[in-house]
Ligand binder design. Structure first.
Ligand code: DAH
Length: 473
């Protein structure tokens, strides 16, 4: 009888494995587990087995019953899933046209900005940025436009406080850059500006400008004309002519407006250029000595030029767009015309990236005095005691002597690398002037400086025989 059970086991396994469909499985179910099936037969025959053997045989037969039943279930699932696959395959229609993937595109203003950046970078300019929320000082005062200056009227803005506003012009970045760098300077600053203008086809409360500034010894109006003429030719074509007309800006002296010959009538006169043959592009001029005084440059030594153009205006001229609002409506039918088939990479060429890198490399390294640059208080501290933090396998709680009356308690994430015992006596480098905070409910006053290697923290220590509390500079 025991052999019979064994034999049944291999017979059933083989038959189930080879079953090709659900019907066959059902037949196997009846054959092995049915009322007249092989297992039932064994169980029924238990009476004729000796009393000693009976329990074991019964147990084995029942075990086999469960085993066969689960083999049947598994096979059934298997057959069902291949069945679905087969049926979905048979319904695949390879003649249905594919679905086109919608890809994003670059906004026309961004596209123009990239082009402008590329042109200026090729002339050795850097690309700078400044905040959109500005102080009155950077937006007006430092640009030689004191509070009572009438030029402020033209740039009515959105004020956040009495002294903070959304910038009305990118000229602010000139000041910010000159405050932090010494000449020679060659920079552009593209970015968003805001004015409380009534919205119409050529005005919006939000728009973009590109600012330019060049400062060095001996910069002249001729340099300004040369740079802007190259820009216009690169942007709109070699046959475009440029001219200056006199103008006024508080931060340039002399000031000018840059005009280019009308793209549409080639200077003959048409509706776009109001029959003048010229189109205005933006403002420019030689940096006013007053502006240099605000940033501490000596106007007797240095001179420079600046300019500011509207990016929307350039885009409108270049693409023949007649309403500025189209840039901000986000109508996909409008935007799509500028994006199809033009991946981002093509616009920002590798050449441009390389030039940027070269310029960055060439820039002088400035040595900055630590105290003026940073208020970080970093000190050497000696670990007095250390213990693990309960339920936190990465944390150690340390008491560190930094020359104060009592040691500082610091919680540090270094437990994966260091045991509490080996930390005691170590001299650590510690950032001390942090607000106290709680880590896992434990007060921590300061931070151990550490690096990471192979995902493990390496605490910075010193071998220098300096007393605890020594300031690290
Ligand atoms: N910031 C001026 C404006 O928004 C444009 C401008 C004019 C910028 C002359 C300049 C400049 O840098 O030199 O109207």
């Amino acid at each position: 009888m025991f052999e019979k059970v064994q034999q049944l086991q291999s017979e059933a396994a083989k038959a189930i494995k080879e079953a090709k469909n659900i019907e066959e499985l059902e037949q196997l179910n009846t054959r092995f587990l049915g009322r007249k099936g092989a297992i039932t037969e064994i169980l029924r025959g238990l009476g004729s087995v000796s009393v000693e053997e009976r329990p074991l045989l019964g147990q084995q037969a029942n075990q086999l019953k469960t085993e066969i039943s689960s083999m049947l279930d598994i096979k059934k699932e298997e057959l069902k899933s291949t069945g679905t696959k087969a049926s979905s395959l048979s319904s695949l229609d390879i003649t249905v046209p594919g679905r086109k993937l919608a890809t994003g595109g670059i906004h026309p203003l961004t596209r123009i900005r990239y082009e402008l950046e590329e042109i200026f970078v090729s002339m050795g300019f850097t690309v700078e940025h400044g905040p959109e929320i500005e102080t009155d000082y950077y937006n007006f005062e430092a640009l030689n436009t004191p509070a009572d200056h009438p030029a402020r009227d033209e740039q009515d803005s959105f004020y956040i406080t009495d002294k903070h506003l959304l910038r009305t012009q990118t000229s602010t970045v000139q000041i910010r850059v000159m405050e932090t760098k010494q000449p020679p300077i060659r920079m552009i600053a593209p970015g968003r500006c805001y004015r409380r203008d009534a919205v119409d086809a050529t005005h919006n409360y939000q728009f973009h400008q590109i600012e330019g500034l060049m400062v060095d010894k001996g910069i002249t109006l001729g340099d300004l004309k040369g740079v802007l003429d190259s820009l216009v030719k690169a942007m709109f074509g070699e046959d475009c002519k440029t001219r200056f007309t006199p103008h006024f800006f508080p931060f340039t002296e002399p000031s000018a407006e840059l005009h280019m010959s009308c793209l549409f009538c080639k200077g003959k006169g048409c509706r776009v250029c109001k029959n003048s043959g010229w189109i205005e592009l933006g403002g420019c001029g030689m940096v006013d000595p007053e502006v240099f005084k605000h940033v501490g440059y000596d106007p007797e030594v240095y001179s420079g030029f600046a300019f500011g153009f509207g990016i929307e205006r350039i885009a409108m001229l270049k693409y023949g767009i007649d309403d500025i609002r189209l840039f901000f409506d986000n109508d996909i039918r409008f935007l799509k015309q500028f994006s199809e088939g033009q991946p981002v990479k093509e616009l920002k060429s590798e050449e441009m990236n390389k030039k940027m890198e070269d310029i960055e490399k060439k820039e002088e390294t400035h040595i900055v005095d630590y105290d003026t640059f940073s208020k970080l208080d970093i000190r050497v501290g000696t670990v007095v005691s250390a213990e693990k933090v309960e339920k936190a396998d990465k944390l150690l709680k340390l008491q560190i002597d930094i020359g104060e009356e009592t040691p500082r308690q610091v919680v540090a994430g270094i437990a994966l690398k260091y045991t509490p015992e080996e930390m005691v006596g170590k001299r650590m480098i510690l950032l001390t002037n942090l607000e106290p905070r709680k880590i896992r409910g434990i007060e921590s006053r300061g931070m151990i400086l550490a690096a990471t290697a192979d995902n493990l923290p390496i605490a910075l220590t010193t071998d220098e025989p300096v007393p605890s509390g020594s300031r690290v500079k």
